[in-house]
Design a protein around this ligand. Structure first.
Ligand code: BDR
Ligand code: CA
Length: 315
């Protein structure tokens, strides 16, 4: 039976690849997408989620709009990385499908209450506002979550939006703190692993030679890559968010440790830091599987195979 997931997202070129990988994979049943403000404001992320469903030939998929701003702070966005729309790099047609009426948080709560306990996995790949709101409003859903597999945080790589914080956690540290403390099984893809998931030129060209999905991914990567090339001097774009879906499909590609991770919500210089007890020195109870390594070749082979299959299916 396919694994049921809800992707909570702020697309984002790398979110787009994650969503497409999930929709390309028969082992996964996407119950819906919930949009959150993050990389760009909500009106862009919700539109992008619709555009991506149509690109993947899935206009039937429910897409809900969620939180417009973090729990208790003004929104910080990342147009300097993702462009004005969040999906800069390729122009896709306006969506013809509409948002599903209702709020993302209600969808999360209703779905987790309706589906048998322990059968729905949450995949947050943006700030954790929607998930935290759902947990706050309906704590009864927390023990019903099969697992949370999220992209966020860093330990060895420390930060990308500030010297000590990763973007998704930094944007809504209060939400992250709530989710990390909730007690649901948690797997975290921090920058430590996602900065290893770098696209290569030959891979991008292989994508470009595919159908319209591969071509879109190649164009997004071209756009997204320039930022990391200028900042880190690295060849290639980090596919942060696809690591979550890849982990669901092929966990043997990844390795990490089950450790305690706390979120800094008050630090003057360290707001949004994921204080990861990698060396197990704090005595605090472990709450997250914190991933550090990935078989990069295996990851990109998986992506190539699945995107190729989706492109062939769409003709
Ligand atoms: C995370 O922030 C966003 O820029 C990406 O989409 C990813 O989810 C990386 O820090
Ligand atoms: Ca994202």
């Amino acid at each position: 039976m396919a694994r049921k997931i809800i992707i909570d997202t702020d697309p984002g070129q790398d979110d787009a690849v994650a969503i497409l990988l999930a929709l390309a994979s028969p082992e996964i049943e996407v119950l819906g997408l919930t949009a959150v403000a993050g990389n760009v404001p909500l009106h862009h992320t919700q539109r992008n989620a619709l555009v991506l469903c149509e690109l993947a030939g899935r206009p039937d998929l429910p897409v809900y709009a969620g939180a417009e701003a973090p729990l208790s702070r003004p929104l910080v966005t990342a147009e300097h990385v993702h462009g004005k729309t969040g999906l800069d790099g390729v122009t896709l047609p306006d969506p013809t499908m509409a948002l599903t009426p209702g709020h993302a948080v209600d969808f999360l709560i209703e779905t987790l209450r309706r589906e048998p306990a322990g059968t729905v996995t949450l995949v947050p790949i943006g700030p954790l506002t929607n998930i935290a709101m759902a947990f706050q409003r309906a704590p009864d859903i927390i023990p019903r979550v099969q697992e949370i597999v999220l992209m966020g945080g860093a330990y060895f790589e420390v930060g990308n939006i500030t010297p000590t914080a990763e973007f998704n956690i930094y944007v809504d540290p209060e939400a992250a703190s709530l989710v990390f403390a909730a007690g649901a099984p948690l797997t975290v893809m921090p920058l430590d692993v996602t900065h290893k998931a770098l696209t290569s030129r030959p891979w991008v060209e292989q994508m470009r030679a595919m159908g319209r999905i591969g071509q879109a991914i190649a164009s997004w990567t071209d756009f997204f890559e320039r930022y990391d090339r200028e900042k880190y001097g690295s060849e290639g774009a980090p596919l942060h968010d696809p690591c979550t879906i890849a982990w669901l499909l092929a966990p043997q590609l990844f390795s990490g440790r089950f450790i305690n991770v706390e979120i800094e919500t008050r630090g003057e210089f360290t707001l949004g830091m994921t204080v990861a007890d990698w060396w197990r020195v704090s005595g605090r109870t472990p709450n997250a599987t914190f991933i550090r390594d990935v078989d990069v070749k295996g990851l990109f082979e998986l992506l190539t195979r699945r995107i190729g299959e989706l492109d062939r299916r769409l003709g």
